[in-house]
Design a protein around this ligand. Sequence first.
Ligand code: AMP
Length: 281
Amino acid sequence: MLLFKKVDHLKSFLSKERKNGKSIGFSPTMGALHQGHVSLVKRSIEETDISICSIFVNPTQFDDKKDLQKYPRTTGEDIDLLESIGTDIVFLPDVEEIYPNGQDAPHGFDFGAMANHMEGAHRDGHFDGMAQVVKRLLEIVEPDFIYMGQKDYQQQALVKVMLQQMDTNCELVRCDIIREPDGLAMSSRNVRLNEEDRKTAGKISETLRLAKEEAKSHSLQSVKENALKRLDIPQFTVDYFEIINAFTLQPISEFEEAESVVACTTVRIGGIRLLDNMILK
Ligand code: AMP
C-alpha cells in the first residue's frame, strides 16, 4: 500500500496510472474506520484497478466545533486496517493541502431544495463544507468511481447532483449500510456512546425496521406517528424523522406520492448525533 500526504505527489502518480489505462476507485472518509468503511473500500478493490481511500477530517463541514474536536482519530489503526484488506493507496492530506487558499471558497453547486431538509436544516453549512471537500478531492483524485454509503442518504444524493453538474465521467456507487448485530448503523461516533446509551441506540434501527413493516399496511402519517412514539425515550433527542421521496428528498404525506420512499432519522444520544435510514419501498 502506498501512502500519500501531498496532493502533487498523488496527482502525478495517478496520472501515470491513468495513462496506462488503469481504473480508479475512490472512497473518501474521515477515518476512525469501521466495517462500514471497509465495505466501500473492499468493493472498490473488487471493481477497479486502483483503490484509494482518503482520510481527512474536514473542518468546514462541522457546525459544532466541539464535535470536530471530539471526532475520533485513529490513523495508525486505520492504515493497518486498509493495508490488511489490500487497499492500493491511502491519502492523508492535512488541512493546508486541501485548502491552500483558505476555507471560504464557495463550491458553486445548485442543490435546489434537496439540501434544505434533514441534515441541511439541522447542521448549518454542513453540506456546503461537504460539497467543498468532495469537489476538491474529486479534482485531485479524478476517480472513475466514487464509493459512498447509503448511511448518509442525503449526502450521497447531493454528491450525485455534484457529479451531474461537474465536468466528469465519475460514477457514484452507493453501498449498503453495514450494521452492528443489534442493528445499529456502524458509525465512527458509536465509540463515544456510554454503555447504557449504546444499548438503547439499537432502538433507532428497530424503529426503522418496524416502520418498513408497517408501511405495507398503514398510512404514512400513522407510520410516522408510531415511529416518533417508539423514539420517545428519555435519553433520545430526535432531530428529525422524515419520510421522503427517495429521488427528490422532499418529505411526502402519502406513500403513493413517490415511486421509492425512504425514512431518514437523526437522533442525539448524550450529545452524539446518530444518523440512520431505511428504504421503505
Ligand atoms: P465518514 O467517515 O463518516 O465521512 O464516512 C465515509 C463514508 O463511509 C461515507 O460514504 C459514509 O456513508 C460511509 N459509511 C459510514 N458508515 C457506514 C456504514 N455503517 N455502512 C456503510 N457505509 C458507511
